[in-house]
Design a protein around this ligand. Structure first.
Ligand code: A3P
Length: 334
């Protein structure tokens, strides 16, 4: 049976197979819904979240456009929220044994695997849950006045997000090709796509959770309307002042660092534990894997401005122009 989306506050219920299809973003098939493109396999999960997910007022959602610092935010928020049970220097800290994506799950993924199960019911409060869903697609039960839930968003320069996404997509396509080659049943092997092809798709918003700029501006608007419930962070500022941003995160989540913790340097320890070099070198992130890609793929350079090593000035100017035009009048600028 075709999966249908039971929108409670978007449009009519819809059938995934009837949505506009994009097959060039390999190895994924994307479908457009609510103005954004999503992997086809995730859409039933988004529908189930909207129809069935039961938020708790103490929930904290970590939201992002893919390749914008999700893994880092997951690590920082997890380490901050659980520091009483797991001091950041502990040798058996969960982040030393598990990838950040195994410590904080994406909301829509388990619902996509089993739309009827509530994968988060067993998590003790306060729950920290991630999502790539854009703000307008979050269930109203999460964003409504009085819902209580908090949302932390991490935003990144679209040019860096694009480059990071293209390089990551190449790795996932290579992994999918290797898997297809090992299959008993012959199936089509995804061929890698070029930077130029990926760029055209990105500029057209045809990438996972794309277009990037309304994804970002939807959360920025949310943070302007409800600053006590939506915290808008910037990847580039987190790089410049990681400790200051972790303090901000802790305060926002309702677990500000005490004077004793400040004196003991706990915020600094969390930043150190979650730094790209520390995470990259952990055994689990060197040898482990998620279902579709090796853990090591989540840790590349982790800097601002690497786009200039991959994009021509003309490409950069074109993307900047598209984004600026689209955001005109929104009050938001990168
Ligand atoms: P680059 O590919 O530009 O290096 P996401 O986690 O949303 O998938 O984003 C991935 C990007 O975040 C990658 O960027 C990755 O290197 C970077 N990243 C991963 N862990 C990080 C960390 N602990 N600190 C800073 N950046 C990190």
């Amino acid at each position: 049976m075709a999966a249908s989306i039971g929108d409670d506050d978007l449009a009519e219920p819809i059938v995934v197979s009837s949505l506009p299809l994009e097959t060039r973003f390999l190895p994924l098939q994307l479908r457009q819904h609510g103005g954004f493109w999503f992997p086809e396999t995730i859409l039933p999960g988004i529908a189930a979240v909207r129809a069935r997910f039961a938020p708790r007022p103490s929930d904290v959602f970590l939201a992002s456009f893919p390749k914008s610092g999700t893994t880092w935010l997951k690590a920082l928020a997890f380490a901050t929220a659980h520091r009483a049970d797991h001091p950041p220097r502990a040798p058996d800290h969960p982040l030393r044994l598990r990838n950040p994506h195994d410590c904080v799950e994406f909301l829509e993924v388990p619902y996509a695997l089993d739309p009827t199960a509530d994968a988060f019911a067993a998590l003790p409060s306060p729950r920290v849950i991630a999502t790539h869903m854009p703000y307008p697609l979050l269930p109203e039960r999460v964003t409504a006045e009085g819902a209580g839930c908090k949302v932390v968003y991490v935003c990144r320069d679209p040019k860096d997000a694009f480059v990071s996404m293209w390089l990551f997509a190449k790795k996932t396509a290579a992994a999918a090709a290797a898997e297809a080659a090992n299959d008993d049943e012959p199936r089509p092997v995804p061929t890698p796509f070029s930077m130029e092809e990926a760029f055209e798709l990105f500029c057209d918003g045809r990438c996972p959770a794309g277009p990037q700029w309304p994804h970002v501006s939807s959360y920025w608007e949310g943070s302007q309307r409800r600053p006590e419930k939506v915290l808008f962070l910037r990847y580039e500022e987190m790089l410049r002042d990681p400790v200051g941003n972790v303090r901000k995160l802790a305060e926002f989540m309702g677990c500000a660092f005490s004077e004793e913790e400040e004196a003991a340097g706990v915020a600094r320890d969390i930043v150190e534990l979650c730094s790209i070099d520390a995470l990259k070198n952990m055994e689990v992130n060197q040898s482990g894997a998620q279902e579709y890609v090796k853990n090591e793929a989540f840790f590349r350079k982790g800097v601002a401005g690497d786009w200039s090593n991959h994009m021509t000035p003309a490409m950069a100017a074109r993307l900047d122009g598209i984004v600026e035009d689209a955001l005109q009048g929104s009050g938001f600028a990168f």
